[in-house]
Write a protein that binds this ligand. Sequence first.
Ligand SMILES: [Zn+2]
Ligand SMILES: [Zn+2]
Length: 239
Amino acid sequence: MPGNLELHCVLFVFLLSLTPRLVEILMLKYKIVPVTPYQQNCSVVWCEQTKEAAVIDPGGEIERIIAEVKALQLTVTKILLTHGHMDHVGGTSQLKALLDVPVIGPHKEDLFWLAALDQQAQMMNFAPVQSFEPDQWLNDGDTLSLGQCVFEVLHCPGHTPGHVVLFERGAQLAFVGDVLFKGSIGRTDFPRGDHAMLVNAIKTKLWPLGDQVRFVPGHGPMSTFGEERLHNPYVGNYG
Ligand SMILES: [Zn+2]
Ligand SMILES: [Zn+2]
């Protein structure tokens, strides 16, 4: 029956046109809030369906982060840390006290950085901050859910030994902290930094996720893994 077939086709095309909208609704959303004199890319991330949110790397300027959360009408359920450097974790205790949510990450190898927050504050000209330990350390292969979204944890040592990257497959989006930047990679001249290990982590853990993956670095503009594979002088094909 041609008429029926036509109707089916129209219905099919109609459903297809809905698909991007459904994906859009399900997708992880994010808002980058650069904080501290180091312009560290703190990110508020949330599940659009449930409005459940996490704050990644609250380095400081907590009142600005809270203002964003309020403006977006989100419910923060966790604080996530990529690594133990002051510009990424400096506001953690203050934010935890305000929101009463668990602090998750980084990997336990960064314990010595969190234990030395007072020295870090002196070196980096931050107001004194009390040392803390997270409620939960992260390991390679762990997953964290946020509403309908799921973050996969990749342990990527080199900038610091306990650095983790958070990857959300549905959105094809990675929060890489100071592992990788647009056109550069993290410093490795700190205690327990390791250049070869960092390059290896980027090439063996991040590149396999795919060229199309967009990433939010700890500082500076976003990019994609494909773009960095081509042009990054430290880890690119021609680097
Ligand atoms: Zn760092
Ligand atoms: Zn940093």
